[in-house]
Design a protein around this ligand. Structure first.
Ligand code: AHM
Ligand code: MG
Length: 321
């Protein structure tokens, strides 16, 4: 079996980037250990604070955020970090070649129910034309990512990772505290028969999304001529992981009536890293007509509608637009 260090070397990942990925992997092992202990470690429940998005932070949101931030800021190759749980960019080392953004604990509402949760991360080249701690460091389209991935804290802890080549899947070997390669190349089949969307928001969707989902629900007798199943984890890491493993389409569309009118998911911390993993596995990730990876960011915590997954299914959605 190939471990993470060996695979990064085989992939000829520059040593500074490889070391950065190893640091993320090490921190995730600490987070995973706390997740596994759950109530025994006193890490469940609310921290009593709100983040920049106005969401109540869970204890694990704060713990994961602090562990990642502290470890990354120590690395000389890290110029700046941005987190879904932090208001502002945190400047680090002026000479650093990379900037790192993360959603420390994705799927927070699953923490207290022992459900799937994860960490999502992305790495971009640092910009020399703007200050170390400027939001503009991160105002780069997702196409510029040099590395993206997530850790899924499920029945086993796994890490999906791309450094520009194939999306690969690693599994944490608990007693060795290291990740072993378990899928060398994830591939998303173009066709699928499974969709993921929060149906509770149905009345707030655009007519296009309403029409598309109605077609899927009509099953074999409807315009699509086949039956579709539905899954919803309430954690993007879990839903995207399923899409990477067995295909499907995941949608978090714009929501015309509520405060999440531009979608719920964040471009920097969620949409872009997942879009890179999905594209590198042969799937598609779009916002309207555009690839998510080509969206020019407007602000650090910007939200975007997200449609991603099996290529032909994403096209079927776009054909209705
Ligand atoms: P979080 O980063 O605060 O956990 O929020 C993002 C999560 C995604 O993981 C998931 O796809 C979505 O929120 C679920 O939203 P909903 O509450 O509509 O089920
Ligand atoms: Mg999230």
């Amino acid at each position: 079996m190939t471990d993470l260090a060996q695979q990064l070397a085989d992939d000829k990942v520059p040593s500074e980037l490889a070391q950065l990925v190893q640091t993320l992997a090490e921190v995730s092992q600490s987070i995973s250990a706390k997740v596994r202990l759950g109530a025994l470690a006193g890490v469940l429940g609310s921290a009593g604070e709100q983040n920049v998005q106005g969401e109540t932070q869970k204890k694990l949101d704060v713990i994961a955020n602090d562990l990642l931030k502290e470890a990354l800021l120590r690395l000389p190759q890290v110029r700046a970090v941005a987190s879904e749980e932090e208001d502002d960019v945190v400047g680090a080392n002026h000479g650093g070649a990379y900037i790192v953004a993360f959603d420390p604990l994705d799927g927070s509402s699953n923490i207290d129910i022992n459900g799937q949760i994860g960490t999502i991360f992305t790495v971009y080249p640092a910009r020399d034309d703007v200050a170390c701690d400027s939001d503009a460091q991160f105002a780069q389209p997702g196409r510029k990512q040099v590395c993206a991935g997530y850790m899924l804290y499920g029945p086993s802890t796994q890490m999906a990772l791309t450094t520009g080549g194939p999306s690969r899947l690693y599994t944490l070997v608990p007693d060795q505290q290291k990740y072993q390669l378990t899928e060398a190349e994830l591939r998303i089949a173009p066709e699928c028969n499974e969709f993921a969307i929060n149906m509770a928001n149905q009345r707030h969707w655009s007519p296009v999304v309403q029409g598309y989902i109605a077609n899927l629900q009509a099953g074999a007798d409807g315009p699509r001529g086949k039956d579709f199943n539905m899954r919803w984890n309430g954690a993007m890491v879990g839903d995207v992981h399923r899409v990477l493993m067995r295909g499907g389409i995941f949608l978090y569309p714009a929501n015309t009536q509520s405060k999440v009118h531009n979608g719920k998911l964040r471009l920097l911390y969620e949409a872009n890293p997942m879009a890179m993993l999905v594209e590198q596995a042969g799937g598609s990730a779009v916002v309207g007509e555009q690839a998510i990876l080509d969206v020019d960011p407007e602000s650090l915590h910007q939200r975007v509608p997200v449609i991603l997954g099996s290529g032909a299914e994403v096209q079927a959605f776009q054909a209705l637009s």
